[in-house]
Design a protein around this ligand. Structure first.
Ligand SMILES: [Zn+2]
Length: 445
């Protein structure tokens, strides 16, 4: 809940590992989660050996531009990779190859129900290795796995336009959906394939447009959209209490404790860190021509929002139903096949999609259109028999089988099977025995 005295100012940084075959700057296999052993997908480049030369992965660059175009970004026709220096054991070179002032994409948007969110930039960098903290021979040790080192990582930075936890969640889910539609990232959050960071602060509700508070709290390592929403809503409340008391929240990095449902302080961040960025001399700058950008734009698939609009128009479905059936590109593609066949059978698509969403009949995603329609038709037969009609048949069966009814009432519950059989036989149509059982039980009890 938002305290009406303050307006939340929230920006998101999302990291997504791209699912190219090979890593960002070497030919090693990009499979950090599937590898059966640590440090098997490695070479001098991704182990940071002195003198090893990186070669940029063209597909990862094209995919980043593709993502930018899908999000309405502008593309830098001249771009480059920069070295970002810091020391940490999972970063063998002591610098990460990233992009500083000339990211591939800038100025995009994602629309949410609570308003549009600006995208500041999308840049491409390499992932780091992974530290594992274990006990070996009774000793606490930290192990390093470089299978993930130099996996292509796109970073999508939003403007501080987000106002609530729910809006952040919607933004994140849309971004994930688009990346999956583009088939460029799995975005598996549990495995760290998509990682979320939120910058959160509050400003007085009457501050002018564009005013930014002079502090911000960063919540890192959030691995689910639900936790993202909870962490933001928790921070909004926590910071409001501090501001109410006349103090300013500490500028710091916090983590999310999903057991206690609260954020906790990790380290204070008084000053901006100095990464001594400079252009990587081992990698040539990247140029994009208008024609190349056009080619990538033409390779874009129909995106979720476009699909929702078209389905509403072509199939006469509501936005809500359409959204639920276009959640993934696979489901949408399958549904279009089902719809095409249903049309030839003169089946009402609204009725069909309603039944599918409400799980009125069991159907597996990807099932043959003919099979789906057959099941739908069976259900339809069932629905044609009114409860009153079933009631009439039950009354007749009861009159003709008083013994059975009395036995049931005397406690011989298994007799109900016989009564169900009699009713089904009399109706003479394929109907769901569960419905018959329910109606008989109602009458017996
Ligand atoms: Zn390598």
């Amino acid at each position: 809940m938002t305290n009406s005295k303050y307006t939340p100012v929230i920006g998101l940084e999302v990291h997504a590992e791209l699912k190219t075959n090979s890593k960002m700057f070497c030919g090693c296999k990009n499979d950090p989660f599937g590898a059966e052993k640590p440090n098997i997908h490695t070479c001098p480049v991704c182990l940071g050996m002195p003198g090893a030369l990186p070669v940029a992965n063209k597909r990862a660059i094209d995919w980043t531009v593709k993502l930018g175009l899908a999000l309405g970004c502008q593309i830098n026709k001249f771009s480059k990779f920069d070295r970002k220096h810091y020391f940490y054991p999972d970063l063998a070179k002591s610098y990460q190859i990233s992009q500083f002032d000339l990211p591939f994409c800038f100025k995009g948007t994602i629309s949410t129900q609570e308003g549009e969110i600006g995208i500041t930039r999308i840049h491409l960098e390499e992932d780091t290795g992974k530290l594992l903290h274990k006990v070996v021979d009774g000793k606490k040790v930290s192990l390093i796995d470089f299978n993930r080192s130099s996996v292509p990582l796109a970073e999508i930075v939003s403007e501080p336009d987000i106002k609530s936890g729910s809006q952040a969640k919607e933004y994140g889910k849309k971004l994930r959906q688009i990346m999956r539609y583009l088939d460029i990232a799995n975005c598996d959050m549990e495995q760290g394939g998509m990682r979320l960071e939120a910058n959160i602060s509050l400003k007085p509700a009457d501050s002018p447009e564009g005013f930014l508070p002079d502090y911000k709290v960063e919540v890192k390592n959030i691995n689910s959209f639900r936790f993202l929403e909870q962490a933001i809503d928790f921070e909004i409340k926590r910071q409001a209490v501090i501001l109410d008391s006349g103090r300013v929240p500490t500028q710091e990095t916090r983590g999310w404790d999903s057991v206690k449902n609260e954020t906790f302080s990790q380290r204070s961040k008084e000053d901006a860190e100095d990464y001594r960025y400079f252009p990587d001399p081992d990698l040539a700058p990247i140029r994009f021509s208008e024609a190349q950008i056009k080619e990538i734009r033409q390779s874009l698939p129909e995106l979720p929002e476009e699909k929702v609009a078209r389905w509403q128009k072509d199939y006469g479905l509501t936005a809500e139903i359409t959204k639920s059936l276009t959640e993934t590109a696979e489901t949408a593609e399958w549904m279009e096949k089902v719809f095409a066949f249903a049309k030839t059978q003169k089946i009402d698509l609204k009725k069909l999609s309603h039944s599918m969403i409400n799980k009125k009949f069991h159907v597996k995603s990807g099932e043959r259109a003919e099979a789906v329609i057959e099941k739908f038709n069976q259900l339809h037969d069932t629905e044609e028999i009114s409860v009153d009609e079933i009631g009439g048949v039950i009354a007749t069966v009861f009159t003709g089988n008083q013994d059975a009814v009395e036995k049931y009432r005397a406690g011989q519950k298994q007799v109900i099977g016989f009564l169900i059989g009699q009713v089904m036989q009399k109706i003479g149509k394929k109907i769901d025995p569960k419905i018959v059982r329910e109606e008989i039980e109602k009458k017996l009890n």
